[in-house]
Design a protein around this ligand. Structure first.
Ligand code: ZN
Length: 383
């Protein structure tokens, strides 16, 4: 019976309509938000806005169409005033994934790849999966007729900023990898991922991999010797290390090797305890090295599912890490319930003002901190 149930499960999961249904079920949005007050909307409209983490490339959606479910697409990012979005690519997801202790067995992304008829090479291997999702972003950028521009260097970002300052309706997109297990055990694969446009590299996702321990992994160790080589290689290429999901030991090991780090979607345990969040000591250390903490919008990050909970978490992070080191890391479309979608980001500006942040702090958190960080952390074209 158990075998029959497993076969039925696999058949169901591999059905072409299933990823769309899962997408609708897991990427939920709270009740329609009360519109931002006029003064907050006016401030919001004047901001440069960046978000460090969405997972929309995983889902079978047309990025050019204003969606009726989920959180992110180009029209909704545009409606929310987003100027730069980081598109993250997870490449493995295990059956028993959880925040406490995830065993690295039973990769359900194989079913996902089969169901959506991804290229055969991507059914089992995470590297072609990463390339496939990177290609989806490139295709979306090409189809956008200039509305979406993939950023690879600080010069690209500077050029984007100039065009935006001239009033051109163009949004930047940055590619990020959720776990270097996509590289397998090959350093050369790190180079090929960089060549494919990836610029932000998470060490781990929800499980320990060959490079290092995850905060949600089985053993939660630090960087392995291979992991040290991976970090050194990413650093020499000019990539940015993302410490979201990394174990404490991995964070410590990475910080001993490089300061070019971001935590792309997180909360702080001193505000919201839990395995998904960062302790103050490491948050302060990352900030003191010039890194950025991007605060997520979902319950496990901010201990609530209201926009005011997100604002409180951001306010708290400012008191811990300082005004220059806090940013947005929504985790939109990351199989989370968010209080609002990308189109309604102005409600967060409103909630931050209501929380007592100054207009300068709101400006910094909503995008200026991310901008300053990326202008110095992204590789230069001439390197
Ligand atoms: Zn994540």
């Amino acid at each position: 019976m158990r075998l029959l149930a497993l076969v039925i499960l696999i058949l169901l999961a591999a059905a072409p309509w299933l990823p769309g249904i899962v997408d609708r079920l897991v990427n939920r949005t709270g009740a329609p938000a009360v519109p931002a007050r006029a003064t907050a909307q006016a401030l919001h409209d004047s901001l440069w806005i960046a978000d460090f983490h969405n997972d929309v490339l995983l889902w079978p959606r047309d990025l050019a169409v204003y969606g009726t479910y989920g959180h992110v697409d180009i029209p909704r990012l545009d409606a929310g005033g987003v100027d730069l979005a980081v598109f993250s690519v997870p490449t493995r997801h295990y059956l028993l994934s959880n925040y406490r202790r995830t065993p690295a067995v039973g990769d359900v992304m194989t079913l996902r790849a089969m169901a959506s008829r991804w290229p055969r090479a991507a059914w089992l291997d995470p590297l072609p999966r990463a390339r496939f999702m990177a290609n989806r972003l490139d295709a979306a950028a090409r189809a956008s007729h200039g509305a979406l521009l993939v950023i690879e260097t600080r010069e690209d970002l500077a050029a984007l900023l100039e065009r935006q300052a001239r009033g051109e309706g163009v949004m930047g997109a940055l590619l990020s990898l959720e776990g270097v297990h996509a590289a397998g055990r090959e350093i050369a694969s790190v180079d090929s991922l960089f060549a494919a446009g990836f610029r932000v590299f998470g060490i781990t996702h929800l499980f320990d991999n060959d490079a290092g321990g995850s905060a949600h992994g089985w053993r939660k160790g630090g960087l392995t010797p291979f992991g040290r080589r991976v970090v050194a290689r990413i650093d020499s290429l000019g990539g940015i290390i993302d410490l979201a999901h990394a174990s404490r030991a991995t964070i410590d090991d990475v910080l001993a090797l490089t300061s070019r780090v971001v935590v792309s979607h997180t909360g702080l345990t001193s505000h919201c305890p839990g395995a998904r969040n960062l302790d103050d000591e490491r948050a302060v250390r990352i900030a003191s090295r010039g890194g950025v903490l991007a605060i997520g919008f979902w319950k496990a990050a901010v201990c609530g599912d209201d926009v005011r909970d997100v604002a409180r978490a951001i306010h708290h992070a400012l008191t811990v890490a300082g005004d220059d080191h806090v940013a947005l890391g929504s985790d939109f479309d990351g199989a989370v319930r968010a209080p609002f979608d990308a189109a309604h980001l102005a409600v967060l500006t409103d909630a931050l003002l209501a929380e007592g942040l100054t207009r300068a702090q709101v400006r910094a958190v909503m995008g200026e901190n991310a901008k300053r960080f990326l202008l110095s952390a992204l590789p230069s074209r001439t390197r």
